[in-house]
Design a protein around this ligand. Structure first.
Ligand SMILES: Cc1cc2nc3c(=O)[nH]c(=O)nc-3n(C[C@H](O)[C@H](O)[C@H](O)COP(=O)(O)O)c2cc1C
Length: 258
């Protein structure tokens, strides 16, 4: 079973990823960024994908312009720690959805397949993070299954909610068995917190679990789920702040609550 730290805007900076990996997370993800922005190579864009150490990290990208994706891949230079790319098909932001990206792309398996193949042709690993659709209608049409079936990504992280569904409603774990039945490698995401939750996902046949919000209060959650010997949360917080200071990351800007 793989334990993945979810990408979270203003939270999963390189210091937080380092801490979560040190104390149990097998794989981490950068905060999302558009590849149409990355090709411009501005300092702020490149900083978002900078890997400061060898923490295993997937760079999360989103966008729709395939020529720009190709240009970005052609010019990309991997750093240590880089494990591959994650394509974000989950972002619920109205700005992005109205431009046809983020969760608006779940219903476009042919385009997503082309983009995944393009990245693979550069020799990089690539996985996809998706929701169940933009709305209940798309969920009922099972657009997520069609995408998983058609696209040849290394694995699929399924956040078991549709785009307009709020976090107050529990993620719908009943979709995971049909996702696993496609024969593709599935990582479960949405409200996973306890050993019992992880056991359930293992029984269903998921290859991993991705944890987001539960880690923001407690970055030791991965180690706890794995029964690792761990320091106190207080000392880990100090370690995190020190790392941020060394890396010029402004901790006060992020929304951590541990
Ligand atoms: C503050 C915040 C920021 C997020 N930013 C991203 C992001 O940049 N990319 C992404 O794919 N998902 C993002 N998500 C979604 C999470 O990765 C995850 O799918 C979601 O929180 C469900 O998992 P959880 O129930 O374990 O928190 C974000 C979620 C939160 C709460």
């Amino acid at each position: 079973m793989q334990y993945l730290l979810a990408p979270m805007e203003k939270i999963t900076d390189s210091s937080f990823r380092h801490i979560c990996h040190k104390y149990g997370a097998d794989l981490t993800f950068t905060e999302q960024i558009r590849f149409e922005t990355l090709v411009k190579k501005t300092k702020s864009a490149l900083e978002r994908i900078k890997l400061h150490d060898d923490t295993p990290t997937m760079i999360q990208i989103m966008g729709k312009d395939e020529e720009k994706l190709d240009k970005f891949m052609r010019e990309f230079i991997p750093e240590r720690g880089f494990q591959g790319f994650n394509l974000n098909l989950g972002c619920p932001s109205q700005t992005y959805v109205s431009q046809g990206i983020g969760s608006a792309m779940i219903k476009r398996p042919t385009k997503v397949k082309r983009m995944v193949d393009l990245i693979k042709n550069y020799g990089y690993n690539v996985n996809v993070k998706l929701r169940l659709g933009v709305n209940l209608t798309e969920k009922r049409e099972k657009v997520y299954l069609k995408l998983i079936e058609k696209v040849d990504a290394d694995f699929f992280i399924v956040h078991a909610r549709y785009r307009s569904e709020s976090y107050e409603r529990k993620a719908d774990w009943s979709v995971f068995p049909e996702c696993v039945n496609t024969g593709k490698a599935i990582v479960a995401n949405g409200d996973i917190q306890t050993k019992k939750d992880v056991e359930k996902m293992k029984e269903i046949g998921c290859i991993g679990v991705m944890i987001g919000r539960a880690a923001t209060n407690n970055p030791l959650i991965f180690g706890q789920l794995k029964d690792m010997k761990l320091p106190t949360l207080e000392s880990v917080k100090k370690e995190y702040i020190e790392l941020c200071n060394n890396r010029d990351i402004n901790c006060s800007e992020n929304e951590l609550s541990f």
